[in-house]
Structures are given as structure tokens and as C-alpha cells.
Ligand binder design. Structure first.
Ligand code: FAD
Length: 197
């Protein structure tokens, strides 16, 4: 069963055997959008070896979706759940590394930023939100940034405001994934000074 195949999306979301698989615009499972176990299962058992879902280059036909469903079932017992350390990143490894970069950018942002520094960071974040390698993560992030209360221009004056904005952005994803929200009064301890105790 394929749902949400709208032209507004660069990729699509497919449900196979009750498992959600994020596809790229070419119809293949998106490595940086899925967890490793889902990606590996969708590709057959060899995530590191194969380049396309088991029998075809896309999920566009019912036959391919059925083949992939078979692969998902067969692979469920043979594919490791966690990403091997020398494999390309899945959605989680990419996310962890990226949040480290983003919070570190906030932590090293000037306490009071010049107009030029504000412009540079604003440009970086807007481009980042367009090119992030998980397309549906990027789409939601752009949507969050577009909301009035999150307009970045208002939060680029200095480290405090920018770091708090970043913390709220991260919490939005945490909420979406059903994770605990982080206490944003502690973001500097986590990403700049180290824990007090
Ligand atoms: P992460 O969430 O990666 O956090 C790393 C560390 O940051 C934590 O251990 C904690 O110490 C600290 N931390 C946690 N929350 C905060 C906060 N609010 N402020 C400051 N520090 C904090 N994954 C999806 O599956 N779907 C998505 O739609 C999605 N969207 C994303 C959008 C963006 C812009 C990014 C960068 C990542 C996205 N991810 C998404 C990845 C997801 O956010 C996590 O990175 C991933 O699930 C791994 O989570 P984790 O539990 O290891 O810790």
C-alpha cells in the first residue's frame, strides 16, 4: 500500500507490511530518511551491498512493492537493528551528528552578534533547511521555521536567543518522535560549559 504520494514531496512514504518506508524522489528507499533496520530490510538483506530494492529500481509498481514486502519479512530476522560503525549514516546517526553541529554553532555564536554575523547565520540556516539530506525532516523543519513565532531573524541577536531557538527547534523534533523534551534552560551546560555538577 502506497500513501501520501503527492507531487509536493520530493519523495514518498510507503507502508509495506505495516512498516513505514521513506522513499526518495527516484522511488528507492532513502538511506538518510529511514532507520538502518528499515532501510536494510527494504533493500533486501544487504544494505551495504545492494543498490536497489530486491528486484527493481523503484517501488512504483505493485509488483515491486510486493517484492519489497517479501524482502522486509525475510530480512526482519537477519538484519541487525543498529547501524554498523562503518556504514553510511541512517536518519538517527545523521541527526545526532547534525544536532551536534547545530548546537555547537549556537554555543560558539557571539554573545552579541554583528549585523554581518546575523546575516551569515541566517543564510546558513535557511540553506541548511533546504539541503538537509532527510527530505521529510527538512520539509518539517522548514515548516517550523516559517511559523511566525519561530522566525529566525528575531533570534539572531546573540548566543542566548539563538541557542534557545535551536533548543526549541530540536524539541519540536523530539516531540514528533515521542521523545522527552529537553530543558532549554540547560542548553548551554549541555553544549558549551559542561554540566554544573
Ligand atoms: P538527538 O535527538 O540526536 O540528540 C542528541 C543529543 O542532543 C541528546 O543526547 C541530548 O543530549 C541533546 N538534546 C536533545 N534535545 C535537545 C534540545 N532540544 N536542545 C539541546 N540539546 C538537546 N528523525 C526522524 O526520525 N524524523 C524526523 O523528522 C527528523 N527530523 C530531524 C530534523 C532535523 C533538523 C535534524 C537535525 C534531525 C532530525 N531527525 C529526525 C533526527 C532526530 O532528531 C535525532 O537526531 C535522531 O532520532 C537520534 O536521536 P538521539 O536520541 O540519538 O538524540
Amino acid at each position: 500500500k502506497v500513501d501520501d504520494a503527492t507531487s509536493a514531496h520530493p519523495g514518498r512514504i510507503t507502508t509495506i507490511n505495516g512498516k513505514t518506508v521513506i522513499l526518495d524522489k527516484d522511488g528507492k528507499p532513502c538511506r538518510t530518511c529511514n532507520s538502518f533496520s528499515t532501510f536494510a530490510a527494504a533493500m533486501g538483506t544487504g544494505a551495504g551491498k545492494g543498490n536497489s530494492p530486491s528486484t527493481s529500481s523503484s517501488f512504483s509498481s505493485a509488483a515491486t512493492a510486493a517484492a519489497t514486502a517479501t524482502a522486509l519479512t525475510a530480512a526482519a530476522t537477519t538484519v541487525p537493528d543498529t547501524l554498523p560503525s562503518d556504514c553510511p549514516p541512517d536518519v538517527e546517526a545523521l541527526g545526532r551528528g547534525t544536532w551536534t553541529l547545530l548546537h555547537s554553532l549556537a554555543a560558539t555564536y557571539p554573545p552579541s552578534a554583528s549585523v554581518a554575523e546575523q546575516n551569515q547565520m541566517g543564510t546558513f540556516m535557511r540553506i541548511f533547511a533546504r539541503v538537509y539530506p532527510c527530505w521529510y525532516c527538512a520539509k518539517d523543519f522548514q515548516g517550523w521555521m516559517d511559523r511566525d513565532e519561530n522566525k529566525l531573524e528575531r533570534y539572531l541577536g546573540g548566543r542566548r536567543e539563538f541557542g534557545d531557538w535551536m533548543c526549541r527547534a530540536h524539541n519540536e523534533v523530539n516531540k514528533k518522535l515521542g521523545k522527552d523534551e529537553f530543558d532549554c534552560s540547560k542548553w548551554e551546560e549541555r553544549w558549551l560549559s559542561g554540566w554544573k555538577d
